[in-house]
Design a protein around this ligand. Structure first.
Ligand code: AR6
Length: 181
């Protein structure tokens, strides 16, 4: 685990299973239908309780139709240690010229904005789009870390934790953070 202190908050990078840890909110790397899936989405559904979480997600989908990439919504955490889940949809990597960087930045910044609106102080992110959606990890880390830094400086939340799954992902994010923060 490594910690960066900013004037108005803290960034923590650690290697763990995001569903096992307790924060005010954890972020889910969802799909536009909020339909559940593999990766961290699957793990969150299993730990939160599939039926309860899908019930809440599909009620939102009935209202909004679908959740576009870069947008975010919030549900309870149900059986998770964390009280809330903020669901966002990262971009699918299609070579980098299809607005992927902007959509990834929006995903992080909209989660932080929504957290602020709900008085959430501590929030944890997985590496959005870095699994099934294929975003190159170093590029994603750079965008994520700079967006999180901005959010902390704007005092949207007090503490942001990036929770990485696996040694390689963790080392990459730490290297990028040491380069740019
Ligand atoms: N804790 C923390 N990180 C995790 C965990 C965990 N328990 N499990 C996986 N990761 P992905 P995406 C990491 O594929 O690329 C789903 O099916 C994983 O190693 O979960 O945004 C959705 O329904 C990777 O680094 O999300 C969508 O259809 C990161 O989480 C689609 O996948 C994100 O990988 C979204 O794809």
């Amino acid at each position: 685990m490594q910690i960066w202190n900013f004037t108005d908050g803290q960034l923590i990078i650690r290697q763990d299973d995001i569903t096992a840890l307790k924060f005010d909110a954890i972020v889910n790397a969802a799909n536009s239908r909020l339909a559940g899936g593999g990766g961290v989405d699957g793990a969150i559904h299993r730990r939160a309780g599939y039926v309860e979480l899908q019930g809440a997600c599909q009620e939102i989908i009935r209202t909004i139709g679908s959740l576009p990439p870069g947008e975010a919504i919030i549900t309870p955490g149900f059986n998770l240690p964390s009280a809330h889940i903020i669901h966002t949809v990262g971009p699918i990597w299609r070579g980098g010229t299809n607005n992927e960087p902007r959509l990834l930045e929006n995903a992080y910044s909209n989660c932080l904005r929504l957290a602020h609106e709900h008085a959430i102080q501590t929030i944890a992110f997985p590496a959005i789009s870095c699994g099934v959606y294929g975003y190159p990890v170093k590029d994603a880390a750079r965008i994520a870390l700079l967006t999180i830094q901005k959010g902390l400086e704007a005092e949207l939340v007090n503490e942001v934790t990036m929770v990485l799954h696996g040694d390689t992902a963790y080392t990459t994010w730490i290297d990028v953070a040491n380069d740019i923060l």
